[in-house]
Ligand binder design. Structure first.
Ligand code: SF4
Length: 76
């Protein structure tokens, strides 16, 4: 699943997520843990600061979160 957040494209690979919650801790406005203990996007996330988005996605221990800025992949 993908979302456009303030010019960045954020992609979740739920097949990799282990439900650590690290991304939620840093960006609860963007991510939440569902009933299967996997991450998903909040229904209507606000346009977060791109630095916060990058940081929240960078902490994923299994690289389940990818961020693109245009054609360039900036996380992981
Ligand atoms: S940090 Fe990674 S493994 Fe942890 S909940 Fe977020 S996507 Fe899943």
């Amino acid at each position: 699943m993908k979302r456009e957040i303030n010019g960045l494209t954020v992609e979740i690979d739920r097949t990799l997520c282990i439900g650590s919650g690290s991304c939620v801790a840093l960006a609860a406005e963007l991510f939440e843990i569902d009933e299967k203990n996997l991450v998903r996007f909040q229904e209507d996330p606000p346009d977060l600061d791109p630095e916060q988005v990058k940081e929240a996605c960078s902490v994923c221990p299994v690289d389940a979160l990818r961020v693109h800025d245009g054609d360039e992949q900036i996380v992981p």
